[in-house]
Design a protein around this ligand. Structure first.
Ligand code: ABC
Length: 475
């Protein structure tokens, strides 16, 4: 599938080792996960939890890298995350067999869902003593950049040709200028995608490989790819879009966290991202994959805000603005780990409960799907009102009201002029309350709660109980 098909999807990210163990029901083994161990999650485990994932409205799953990693126990533990590969032609036996991976692919497709795999071409994994002969197929030093750690992330040559990692775990940096390395990776990705019927790629460490490597690699893959360029600098991030297409939206990640920070943020952080100047940097806003959490970063509830009203508001922005939403496993269970390795918790300790946040995310995904063809998919988000604490935006048929004040805040009324015609009945699908558009609408934000309005015809597919407009709502 290509970009257009992916734009309509929403992605659930799992760490394969931490998400589910087959044959354990809703439980799993205990594991000291902060100590860098394999905890037992497998592809069969993921298969056993597809009802849970699909029930939240996701139609794509991003899993950890699938290749065989080094087995050594390093200073940082083992390669349970999959980023320390040793043999690109074998699957990671800890996650299952090649048949198990195919079974996961088939099980997802049977549900109309996509499989996205994480892939690494920048480096292999190593212990403190590098031994090139251990790698398949890049088994001697001629396939690598000479050994020197990245000295400065802002120096592009050092970033591309230097090694990631450190003295404990150096990551031998492949010479992606070498034609043999290039051809080997083209053939490899093409065969992996075909053999396992992969629908999309998350590409690791994109900024550590020369830009001109990427178009050929992605063409060989033949599926939509989103690249990890870990930078919050919009000009730097966007400079990769012509080469990769999809990008993890680190451009939104940092402003989103600042906007909703418990110590006081500003909603201008978010509406600035809707401005013409910001958008002009990117070739295609809808190919940015928007997220609040991942396996490298502290969870939102750890370093930003643990007020569930704020978490919900940030989820609204993540799922219901212009990018492809990604939710990281455990967000729906209010996990609060503090980054690598703390935010790589065991999912089974949650017992996969259907929590209020699980239901909330399911609702957001439903709203996105339902309104896609009614103008959501063809319109970018516009800002109707911004102040420090409240942003009101519209994307096609969806009017969204978000506050960063949280559940203890006082009520506030703001008049908003929308693009809806007079007489349109809008329903807040989070509580069924309706209002009628007459020039402006008066929106009252109560206890910091998000509001998501759709026209009555769409809302009636979501709300079973629609309440009439209150007295005095007409302006
Ligand atoms: C292991 C241990 C850790 C230990 C570490 C040294 O070694 O687990 O406890 O601290 C994998 C594993 C990790 C492992 C690493 C290294 O390998 O998952 O557990 O850490 O062995 C990707 C993946 C990531 C993966 C790798 C390597 C790459 O998502 O899971 O890690 O395959 C850089 C890379 C980025 C990479 C990230 C971890 O490191 O660019 O691709 N992620 C600045 C730099 C970034 C840099 C970042 C690191 O710092 O510019 O390039 O990312 O924190 C913004 C700025 C940014 C700035 C951030 C911090 O602030 O705009 O530029 O990023 O405002």
């Amino acid at each position: 599938p290509g970009a257009e098909a992916w734009k309509q999807r929403s992605i659930y990210q799992v760490l394969t080792d931490r998400f589910a163990v087959a044959g354990h029901g809703n439980g799993g083994p205990s594991c000291d996960y902060k100590n860098g161990k394999y905890c037992g999650g497998t592809w069969q485990g993921i298969i056993s939890k597809l009802d849970y994932i699909q029930g939240m409205g996701f139609d794509a799953v991003w899993i950890s890298p699938i290749t065989k990693n080094i087995e050594d126990v390093t200073h940082y533990g083992v390669g349970y995350h999959g980023y320390w590969q040793e043999d690109i032609y074998s699957v990671n036996p800890h996650f299952g067999t090649a048949d198990d991976l195919l079974a996961l692919s088939d099980a997802l497709h049977a549900r109309g869902m996509y499989l996205m795999i994480d892939v690494v071409v920048n480096h292999m994994g190593s212990t403190h003593k590098v031994d090139f002969s251990r790698y398949t197929p890049f088994d001697n030093s001629s396939y690598y950049h000479s050994e020197a750690f990245i000295s400065n992330y802002d120096d592009q040559t050092s970033c591309e040709q230097g090694w990631l990692g450190d003295g404990h775990v150096p990551l031998p940096d492949l010479d992606t200028e070498n034609p043999t390395v290039v051809h080997t990776f083209h053939a490899w990705i093409s065969s992996v995608v075909q053999r396992f019927r992969i629908d999309g790629l998350r590409i690791d460490t994109v900024k550590h490989v020369r830009k001109s490597f990427w178009p050929g690699f992605i063409r060989a893959a033949g599926v939509w790819s989103m690249g990890e360029v870990l930078s919050g600098a919009p000009d730097y991030l966007s400079s990769y879009q012509p080469y990769v297409g999809g990008l993890l939206d680190y451009g939104t990640f940092y402003p989103l966290k600042r906007a909703f920070n418990a110590n006081g943020g500003s909603m201008y952080e978010l509406t600035t991202l809707l401005s013409h100047d910001y958008r002009a940097k990117f070739a295609d806003m809808q190919q940015l994959a928007t997220f609040m959490e991942n396996h490298d970063m502290p969870r939102f509830t750890h370093d930003t805000n643990s007020d569930i009203t704020i978490v919900k508001s940030a989820l609204c922005w993540t799922v219901l603005t212009d990018g492809i939403p990604i939710i990281y496993y455990g967000q729906e269970q209010s996990y609060s780990g503090d980054g690598d390795p703390g935010s790589r918790e065991l999912m089974w300790t949650s017992e996969y409960k259907i929590t209020p946040l699980y239901q909330f995310i399911a609702l957001l995904n439903k709203i996105r799907k339902l309104s896609w063809n009614a103008g959501f998919g063809s319109n970018l988000t516009i800002a109707l009102h911004t102040d420090v604490n409240i942003a009101v935006t519209q994307k096609g048929p969806l009017l969204m009201v978000l506050s960063n004040k949280g559940s203890n805040s006082k009520s506030r009324m703001i008049p908003v002029r929308t693009a809806f015609s007079n007489g349109t009945v809008l329903v807040n699908v989070l509580n069924g309350q309706s209002i009628i558009v007459k020039n402006t609408i008066n929106i009252t934000v109560v206890a910091g709660q998000p509001q998501l309005y759709l026209p009555l015809t769409l809302a009636s597919h979501i709300c079973s109980n629609i309440l009439p407009p209150p007295q005095g709502s007409l302006s």
